[in-house]
Ligand binder design. Structure first.
Ligand code: C2E
Ligand code: MG
Ligand code: MG
Ligand code: MG
Length: 282
């Protein structure tokens, strides 16, 4: 009987596993051709100063509109690009486009680019960054590289050395999604990040008076202040969340409240107006 059940289970599960693998294979096939087919684009999400509400930087967020699959979320295709190492050429494209775009903005406005561990372990990564900077003419001080704690798990030393090289030429490095990964204070001692980005889950929890979230955001801000690192609150969607995050002392704010990821034309248009918040509600 048990054996029968086992057999039945096997029959039930295998097709769905198979379908999943098949879906992944198709996605991977399309991803391999996405660059040459010009299917990628960048969106830019503003990060504003918590006090002045002025745009301090934009985060470049990759979008893929596939002929076969339509719009695919980065949450789905970035892990696939990492597994296949396609993230190396795709990431180079992102860096080049992001630096070029930032050249259209006022000089104090920075561009933040997400970088995966696989990219950091590529021996040519630093050259790729320098290439994107020199060919666009962007000052290294205007580029901030966003990494997550996961880069320290596999060959952490190589990743750290590469990032330190880039910091040496003036680039900033932000620690993204802080609190969701392998959060260890050791990472903060190892590297002088320019910014710690507090993950959306804590921001939204704190605004709902969740005591753990409140304590964590408070502690991260205090720690960042002491280490002379800046802080960005991710995922601020409402006036209440904004008020809460301000009280907690985060330096910068990113989220739908101030602006969703937007195309380059809309990003540029933000500088044509004086009061940023007025434009959002107009
Ligand atoms: P991330 O770096 O943490 O980027 C922030 C994500 O939160 C973005 O999702 C953004 O659209 C979303 N977001 C921003 N504000 C709000 C808000 O107020 N509420 C909510 N609910 N969401 C908000 P997106 O664009 O889907 O990107 C997801 C992730 O994909 C990014 O998370 C990043 O890890 C990765 N990613 C995106 N572009 C690139 C890239 O060029 N290279 C690499 N390696 N990873 C990328
Ligand atoms: Mg990011
Ligand atoms: Mg993030
Ligand atoms: Mg996040």
């Amino acid at each position: 009987r048990a054996k029968d059940e086992g057999g039945g289970r096997h029959c039930l599960y295998e097709p769905s596993l198979h379908a999943h693998a098949e879906e992944r294979r198709k996605l991977e096939f399309s991803l391999r051709h996405a660059l040459e087919r010009n299917e990628f684009s960048l969106m830019f999400q503003p990060v504003v100063d918590a006090t002045t509400e002025e745009v301090q930087s934009f985060e470049a967020l990759l979008r893929w509109n596939s002929v076969e699959h339509g719009f695919v979320s980065p949450v789905k295709f970035i892990p696939l690009a990492e597994d296949t190492r396609l993230i190396v050429p795709i990431g180079e494209w992102v860096l080049r486009m992001a630096c070029l775009e930032a050249m259209n903005w006022p000089e104090h406005v920075k561009i933040a680019v997400n970088v995966s561990g696989e990219q950091l372990l590529d021996p040519y990564f630093a050259e790729t960054v320098v290439g994107a900077l020199t060919s666009s003419g962007l000052s290294p001080h205007r580029l901030e590289i966003e990494v997550t704690e996961s880069i320290f798990v596999r060959d952490g030393t190589t990743a750290q050395l590469t990032l330190e090289n880039l910091m040496g030429i003036g680039c900033g490095v932000a620690l993204d999604d802080f609190g969701t990964g392998y959060s260890s204070l050791g990472y903060l001692r190892k590297m002088r990040f320019s910014t710690i980005k507090v993950d959306r889950s804590f921001v939204q929890g704190a605004a709902k008076d969740n005591p753990e979230s409140l304590a964590i955001v408070r502690a991260v801000v205090a720690m960042a202040d002491a280490l002379e690192m800046s802080t960005t609150a991710e995922g601020v969607e409402t006036e209440d969340e904004l008020a809460c995050i301000r009280r907690l002392g985060c330096k910068k704010i990113q989220g739908y409240f101030f602006g969703r990821p937007m195309n380059s034309i809309d990003a540029l248009a933000l500088f044509g107006k004086t009061a940023f918040r007025e434009r959002q509600s107009a």
